[in-house]
Design a protein around this ligand. Structure first.
Ligand SMILES: *Cc1c(COP(=O)(O)O)cnc(C)c1O
Length: 368
């Protein structure tokens, strides 16, 4: 590809010197699990998220699962999730034995539609799990109000939007517990798997800490049946370096997205990203939609431009969820997004010149 969808090597090479130093410092410390690198990153990410606590865990899916476990959500419970999220949000709910209850997104923003949530609340509903999709904050102000009114927990899936805000308040700070992923391709990406939970609740902080480390506070004394889901010292040290440049990199993403926004307006039948009132995006993904998606993707591939489809099949139509017996047509907005969505190249450090080449190539496609 002449223009890659994402260039992780380039992103990480921008901090190569600091990353190598962090690596050496962990190597030389002789201490690799649950040490002061993790403690430092947890403090740093709690401060960034404007929450009292951060608990590092092994990955984003575990961050969601441990959040639900800490809230004691289990078999027989229901959790409201977007119908168009990455499947991890649903899997976490299923993993603790609860049932994901899909709610359609708003077509313009692609985030869960707050107006459709209340009709899905039943006596079994325990929590709402908004997802800040593509890097845009969901309407967390409205969602937390609904949760409060119905006495429900909020678990933010903030895997994609570290740094976005709703009503001036940062994502990852709205829920009772909030889950983050630091998968390499995420805005705050490790050099391997990593994740974290943020919360303001001291009790939930303690619970998650115990669960992630075998259900134990004191080595070899186990209070509950926990798991091994720790964020290791090496990834924590690397993440501390990456967190220092996150805001700069998010600004670069936003600047590139604005070029796309400006020049792709009224091109073919493209639908461009739309922000909800008082919500910002850190453009984890720059998504466009078109009825000629597959043809456009092929055209871009032929011109050496990498793209990705996030996501081709919504969770309710995945084979993994045949047990829920949903069929095509049950969640038409999620299905239409899956049919039309295409993610264009965008990453911090990408040349504006390359963004213009993508734009020109897309115009060529639509204008023949
Ligand atoms: C990436 C992602 C996850 C899972 O994170 P991992 O670190 O890959 O386990 C969860 N939810 C959403 C929306 C994601 O994009």
């Amino acid at each position: 590809m002449k223009i890659k969808y994402l260039d992780l090597k380039m992103i990480n090479h921008a901090s190569k010197h600091e990353l190598m130093e962090a690596f050496e410092s962990v190597l030389d410390s002789g201490w690799y699990i649950l040490g002061n690198k993790l403690e430092h990153f947890e403090n740093q990410y709690a401060a960034y998220s404007q929450t009292n606590y951060c608990i590092g865990v092994a990955n984003g899916l575990d961050a969601l699962i441990l959040s639900l476990k800490a809230l004691d959500i289990k078999t027989g419970d229901e959790v409201i999730v977007p119908s168009n999220t990455y499947i991890a949000s649903w899997l976490a709910v299923s993993y603790v034995g609860a049932r994901p209850i899909p709610v359609e997104p708003n077509w313009a923003t692609c985030n869960i539609d707050p107006l459709l949530i209340e009709s899905k609340i039943t006596g079994r509903t325990k929590a709402i799990m908004p997802v800040n999709l593509y890097g845009q904050a969901a309407q967390l102000n409205l969602i937390t109000e609904i949760a409060k009114k119905h006495d429900l927990f909020v678990v933010e899936d903030n895997a994609q939007a570290q740094g976005a805000v709703c009503k001036g308040k940062i994502t990852g700070s709205w829920g009772h517990v909030n889950a983050s992923s630091f998968y390499p391709g995420k805005n705050l990406g490790a050099l391997g798997d990593a994740g974290a939970i943020t919360t303001n609740d001291e009790n939930l902080n303690n619970k998650v800490r115990i669960i992630r480390n075998y259900g134990s506070q004191r080595k070899y004394f186990n209070e509950i049946k926990g798991v091994n889901s720790r964020l290791d010292e090496l990834q924590a040290a690397l993440l501390s370096v990456k967190l220092n440049v996150l805001d700069t990199q998010n600004s670069q993403r936003i600047a590139l997205a604005e070029i796309y926004n400006q020049h792709l307006q009224n091109v073919g039948d493209l639908t461009l990203p739309t922000l909800a009132d008082s919500c910002t995006s850190v453009y984890h993904i720059y998504q466009v939609r078109t009825s000629r998606r597959d043809k456009l993707q092929n055209f871009l591939t032929d011109h050496g431009i990498g793209t990705i489809i996030h996501y081709p099949v919504p969770p309710h139509l995945q084979e993994a969820y045949t047990e829920l017996a949903y069929k095509s047509g049950d969640f038409p907005i999620a299905e239409k997004i899956a049919e039309q969505t295409l993610s264009l190249p965008l990453y911090p450090g990408m040349l504006a010149e390359d963004v213009y080449t993508v734009i020109e190539t897309i115009k060529k496609f639509f204008n023949g």
